[in-house]
Design a protein around this ligand. Structure first.
Ligand SMILES: [Cu+2]
Length: 147
């Protein structure tokens, strides 16, 4: 009968290990993360840029990003049309090729932060959770920079 008392403990430990393992792998590596500094946090928006390296032989996809510094966090793609007009729109995600990289950079893919509820000043560190199709959730800290 005593064994039954310990079963939930073992089961709980299993869940902790199972959930912790994706974060400990280096299947996805994030480098060069930075957030563009903004002058005022009134009605403004900014963006997070980063490089994602996929060290596996399976393509992965950045599905979304989360942060408490903004009301809305979306993955956007900036494009310039044939008339030279720049625009950006939300995309379903950013694919990271097998054993390849995806760059989120000005003029291309970026994580858009809209409805800022915190000052985005140079030197601040901002925490983000990036959610991938295969690698799961990865938490990063990105410094605020003036480009
Ligand atoms: Cu955008």
């Amino acid at each position: 009968m005593k064994l039954y008392k310990f079963l939930p403990v073992f089961f709980g430990l299993f869940i902790v290990i199972a959930c912790a393992s994706p974060a400990n792998t280096t299947s996805i590596e994030i480098t060069n993360a930075w957030v563009r500094a903004v002058d005022s946090n009134m009605n403004s928006a900014t963006a997070l840029f980063l490089t994602i390296q996929n060290n596996t032989s399976t393509p992965d996809m950045l599905l979304r990003a989360e942060s408490d510094v903004a009301e809305m966090v979306q993955i956007h793609l900036s494009e310039v049309d044939a008339n030279g007009v720049a625009s950006m729109h939300e995309v379903a995600g950013v694919e990271i090729p097998a054993n390849g990289i995806a760059e989120l950079k000005p003029g291309s893919y970026h994580v858009m932060l809209m409805g800022l509820n915190k000052e985005i000043k140079e030197g601040n560190m901002i925490e983000f959770t990036l959610v991938f199709q295969h690698a799961g959730s990865i938490t990063i800290e990105a410094p605020v920079k003036v480009p």
